[in-house]
Ligand binder design. Structure first.
Ligand SMILES: *[C@@H]1O[C@H](CO)[C@@H](O)[C@H](O)[C@H]1NC(C)=O
Ligand SMILES: *[C@@H]1O[C@H](CO)[C@@H](O)[C@H](O)[C@H]1NC(C)=O
Ligand SMILES: *[C@@H]1O[C@H](CO)[C@@H](O)[C@H](O)[C@H]1NC(C)=O
Ligand SMILES: *[C@@H]1O[C@H](CO)[C@@H](O)[C@H](O)[C@H]1NC(C)=O
Ligand SMILES: *[C@@H]1O[C@H](CO)[C@@H](O)[C@H](O)[C@H]1NC(C)=O
Ligand SMILES: *[C@@H]1O[C@H](CO)[C@@H](O)[C@H](O)[C@H]1NC(C)=O
Length: 302
């Protein structure tokens, strides 16, 4: 037995498990919810519009709200503060949309979305209410996600008119659409990466039971580990780019209307750990095919 092979065996198992988690995180409500690519925070959407207290109450965003809910009667100015605290919810929008590889989840921040004197940001938790149907051809579409929430709210308001009144920026839509190809490539590469890691696992087990097979098996194993490493590395790099780029664009164009985004650091950590362990596994097989194995030969002749 080649006990050194236990290490690459453990590495490939680790990579397989982590890659599966990367793909299936957020697969259903509260399953590894924190492990998203990025989180869109729309809890303060439209806040800027409420500042203009002089605007007529029958038009614009307040008009839509008024017609939809009949909640705001009389003195608009007096109601502004209470509306401002949950304009998103008035329209059926959720506080946040967490984006995963195959779907997105939505929910509210508890106890409240914005940290204040008594509520520190570390005490704000996510409460997921639902996740979208997951498909392998998923790409996140922020506008469509918000539109779906407005529609699901059953207020009967015009979805497009509402989003237009909220000034939802077209740039965000376009920038995210530009990531579509990268998104699909990322998913495919993760799948291939899992397949290759599985092959590495089988070959490593073979290497464990056949220590005397010379340098050929270690060399093959080394190459397979390299290939898996490369695949998972490129997938992780694409995922990192999507998370960073998407967040940058949303923050750039969304700041004005009160929406923001944050990168899912936990996601990036586990995807890069999956890549890292395949690197460590490849080192073992690399040493295995360079160092001549003398001991077994001595064993045979003796
Ligand atoms: C919103 O109103 C506050 C005071 O009520 C003012 O200081 C601030 O500049 C206003 N912001 C915008 C964007 O108009
Ligand atoms: C709200 O309803 C009133 C009266 O039905 C209408 O004049 C107004 O245009 C509506 N506002 C919006 C934003 O739909
Ligand atoms: C802080 O936010 C929480 C949740 O929104 C709210 O219940 C609390 O009253 C706020 N505290 C202050 C001092 O504004
Ligand atoms: C959500 O976004 C608002 C406005 O950008 C921000 O004040 C708040 O801290 C954010 N909440 C969380 C939990 O990130
Ligand atoms: C979380 O959301 C569910 C419904 O989606 C709700 O029933 C529950 O009360 C919420 N939890 C908190 C702490 O707000
Ligand atoms: C999600 O799937 C369910 C059944 O699998 C279907 O009824 C529903 O329409 C789907 N929702 C969307 C948004 O495609």
């Amino acid at each position: 037995m080649r006990f050194l092979a236990l290490f690459p065996i453990a590495c490939s198992i680790c990579a397989i498990v982590l890659s599966f988690l990367v793909i299936f995180a957020g697969n259903k409500p509260n399953f590894m919810e924190g492990y998203d690519l990025l989180t869109l925070n729309v809890s303060r959407i439209g806040e800027n519009l409420l500042n203009t207290t002089s605007s007529s109450s029958d038009s614009g965003i307040l008009g839509i709200l008024k017609n939809a809910t009949n909640q705001i009667e009389g003195d608009i100015n007096g109601e502004l503060n209470s509306i401002a605290s949950s304009l998103a919810q008035q329209f059926g929008l959720k506080d946040f949309y967490s984006v995963h590889i195959l779907d997105y989840c939505e929910g509210s921040y508890v106890p409240g979305p914005v940290p204040n004197a008594t509520l520190s940001s570390s005490h704000i938790h996510r409460n997921v209410s639902s996740c979208s149907n997951h498909t392998s051809m998923f790409t996140f579409d922020p506008r469509a996600a918000l539109a779906q929430s407005i529609q699901d709210s059953g207020l009967g308001i015009d979805v497009n008119e509402t989003l237009d009144e909220l000034n939802f920026p077209d740039q965000i839509e376009n920038e995210i659409k530009a990531l579509r190809v990268a998104w699909k490539a990322m998913f495919v590469l993760y799948c291939i990466g899992i397949g290759l890691s599985f092959l590495c696992l089988i070959l490593s087990i073979l290497g464990f039971f056949q220590p005397d097979s010379g340098r050929l098996l270690p060399a093959i194993n080394f190459l397979m580990f390299l290939l898996a490493l490369l695949t998972l590395g490129v997938a992780s790099a694409i995922a990192t780019a999507i998370a960073e780029e998407g967040t940058d664009e949303i923050n750039k164009y969304g700041k004005e209307i009160g929406i923001s985004s944050s990168v899912g650091h936990k996601f990036l950590i586990i995807t890069w750990i999956a890549t890292g362990v395949m690197f460590l596994g490849s080192l073992v097989w690399c040493s295995g095919c360079m160092v001549p194995r003398k001991k077994p030969a001595v064993h045979k002749t003796g």
